[in-house]
Write a protein that binds this ligand. Structure first.
Ligand SMILES: [Zn+2]
Length: 266
């Protein structure tokens, strides 16, 4: 299936020979199965980054070790809730043990007083508050832009053909603000806000951004009832292909391979 899709895309590209594809820039975006929490690993040619870290018990250390990750250019913390930033304590310990190098940790203003930021600085990691429209050069030639920071850092990774939107626990009210700021926003792959809660993923937002793939990070049998059936119904209507909704509680960790300006697929 993967190969078929791949060659379908190639058929439209003059310069698409096996040799040129081997050299093609590629990214791997992996939704890590951290249970009831969130963490994405983005692996590029020169840089690996995390968007959120799960809870302290979600096994982020083992996951990084199993994948051979010894260095992170950046860790983006969407907001200060434990299911998103709790894993920082584990990462700090890894830095102290010499098992991991982190260049910088990016956070939003509400998290400025969090104790782990001081621990990071003491361990020699750069910390940096980020603002709307900041860009990260970590995945060039891909563009990484911060669309929004209030409540939950929302980050868009894109080439001219496709894009991946990381939203953390973005709520409907904040989605509305983003649409006002970014009226032409469209997205190929969406990290569904707040683990599929019904307080996120408003109709207006989904109808505007028109995602083709949806990623829900959610713990098995979680007590919050995430993802909410209403959210799943909306996603099934907007995506029109239920096989493109991925959930950590059913699918475990899920990786998207992304060839620059060619396509992305799971
Ligand atoms: Zn959360």
């Amino acid at each position: 299936m993967k190969i078929k899709k791949f060659f379908l895309i190639c058929a439209f590209l003059f310069a698409c020979t096996p040799g040129s594809l081997e050299k093609q820039d590629r990214l791997y975006v992996e939704m890590l199965d951290v249970g009831q929490g969130l963490s994405f690993l983005i692996k590029g040619k020169n840089c690996n980054s995390l968007y959120d870290t799960g809870t302290p018990d979600s096994g982020i250390d083992t996951m990084l070790q199993n994948r051979g990750i010894k260095s992170l250019c950046s860790v983006v913390l969407s907001h200060k809730h434990n299911d998103h930033t709790g894993g920082m304590s584990v990462l700090i310990q890894m830095v102290k043990n010499g098992e991991l190098r982190i260049n910088r940790v990016l956070f939003e203003s509400d998290a400025a007083e969090e104790p782990y930021l001081e621990l990071l600085q003491n361990a020699g990691v750069k910390i940096q508050e980020i603002s709307r429209n900041d860009t990260l050069a970590d995945f060039l030639p891909w563009t990484t832009r911060i669309l929004y920071t209030t409540g939950s850092i929302t980050m868009r990774l894109s080439d001219s053909e496709n894009s991946f939107l990381f939203t953390g626990d973005l709520e409907a009210e904040q989605e509305k603000n983003i649409l006002e700021l970014e009226p032409l926003l469209s997205i190929t792959a969406l990290q569904v806000g707040h683990h599929g809660s019904k307080t996120s993923s408003s109709w207006d937002f989904l109808a505007q951004i028109q995602p083709k793939m949806a990623f829900i990070s959610v713990g098995k049998y979680n007590s919050y009832g995430h993802p909410h059936p209403e959210t799943l119904t909306k996603l099934n209507i907007i995506l029109q292909d239920t096989t493109q909704v991925f959930r950590t509680d059913r699918d475990g960790s899920v990786t998207v391979e992304w060839l620059y300006k060619i396509g992305m697929w799971k």
